[in-house]
Unconditional design. Structure first.
Length: 412
């Protein structure tokens, strides 16, 4: 497939970020935007955070900062602030990815940015947002998932509470909600000439991402004659989300000959397809169930029968079975094994370490008929592109670059 020009070519983003919130502009860079990461002379210490460390830099940095350019500016100096404002004047978006008010304290808040660029979209992403009692509370990524109720303590050493392995939601959902809002704001700014200041809290994003469970609890607080469970369950109020799935039978995990499969025959037609295809129409005749959303909850004899059936084939054989007989079956992977899954290898080709220092997953949205979006450059060293940005974006000559260096704008 041809490699087309990036969908966001021509969009310029100036990013001031520390640690994970800088992920808000990674999808924009993946899609072709020019993302300029403004760093203090000491650099963003994201390069030393978390594990693994690949060739001296954290994978967190290599992933989040891929495709971006880095310029070092000391925003404590007048020359550094003036140069920042010149960049903002030529940008569509300024990202503040740190504790709220960081740029404002340096005289570079939204009011000042509007003076030099009325169309600029400023986007602030932080842990707990610009308002509320937790606004200034120091935090890291897991805090937002714990706050939102998406991760809970488990017993650890000596019975002490421990952090379980889990999918980080807030630090991923916040940037994704943010990029959607940023692009909407840029479209409006280009149409009306009016920019705006957006903000998102990664904690809010974690809660919004898990809306079904929270909203179910809220709905169950209403009278039972207004809000009930599913008709298939006799209107019983089953626990929210997947918490109500532990007694499922026709919607459940089963051990295969070499791993596990997820069986999802909650519709009657799929249940019938399965029973007939394995030569056990008697199972369907005895328990046809409801037309929709029937999990055969609590039917342990049936669960044991199905367990014996699923143990007779490998996971791959069951997936082929599902394709052949129109039965919803899914493989059960881990973060380690998914790379070998044929669906993964077909749809998610690794962006190679030869280009990005570490193998990285691609941006998951495609333009049909074109090569998948790909980061064009690895994550930068602090200030790696300082002179390049000053010359290409601001048009500085040698004398201007030298004067700026002598002023201390790049640090001592």
């Amino acid at each position: 497939m041809p490699q087309a020009e990036g969908l966001l070519s021509g969009l310029r983003v100036v990013e001031c970020s520390m640690l994970g919130p800088g992920a808000v502009s990674t999808p924009l860079a993946d899609l072709g935007a020019d993302v300029i990461k403004v760093e203090p002379p000491s650099g963003d210490y994201i390069r030393s955070m978390s594990w693994p460390i690949v060739r001296g830099d954290s994978l967190l940095h290599l992933h989040i900062s891929r495709g971006k350019r880095s310029i070092v500016l000391d925003l404590r100096t007048e020359a550094g602030r003036e140069t920042f404002l010149e960049l903002a004047a030529r940008a569509d978006v300024v990202v503040e990815a740190m504790r709220p008010g960081g740029l404002d304290r340096r005289g570079l808040g939204y009011a000042k940015l509007r003076e030099v660029n009325p169309k600029v979209v400023m986007f602030t992403i932080s842990g707990y947002g610009m308002t509320g009692p937790y606004r200034d509370l120091p935090s890291h990524g897991i805090a937002y998932d714990a706050w939102a109720g998406t991760v809970a303590p488990v017993p650890g050493p000596d019975g002490l509470p421990s952090i379980p392995d889990h999918t980080s939601i807030g630090i991923t959902a916040g940037p994704l909600f943010g990029t959607a809002a940023v692009l909407a704001a840029v479209l409006r700014a280009r149409e009306t000439g009016r920019g705006c200041h957006l903000e998102v809290a990664q904690s809010d994003a974690a809660a919004a991402f898990d809306w079904l469970r929270s909203e179910t609890h809220r709905a169950y607080a209403r009278p039972e004659d207004e809000v009930t469970g599913n008709p298939t369950d006799g209107y019983e109020r089953r626990p929210p989300g997947t918490g109500g799935m532990d007694e499922g039978v026709r919607y459940q995990f089963y051990a295969s000959k070499d791993g596990h499969v997820l069986f999802m025959a909650s519709e009657r037609k799929f249940w019938q397809n399965f029973c007939e295809a394995i030569g056990r129409k008697d199972l369907f005749d005895a328990r046809p169930g409801e037309k929709l959303a029937d999990h055969a909850r609590g039917d342990l004899p049936l669960r044991h029968e199905l367990a014996a059936v699923f143990a007779t084939r490998t996971t791959a054989e069951w997936i082929e079975f599902g394709l052949a007989h129109d039965v919803p079956l899914g493989p059960v992977n881990t973060p380690e094994t998914i790379a070998a899954d044929p669906q993964f290898t077909d749809r998610m080709p690794w962006q190679p370490a030869e280009r990005l220092v570490a193998d990285q997953l691609p941006f998951p949205v495609r333009v049909v008929g074109e090569a998948p979006p790909a980061a064009t450059r690895p994550a930068p060293a602090p200030g790696e592109h300082t002179e390049e940005i000053l010359r290409d974006v601001l048009g500085y000559d040698d004398a201007q670059v030298s004067a700026l260096r002598e002023s201390g704008a790049f640090g001592s």
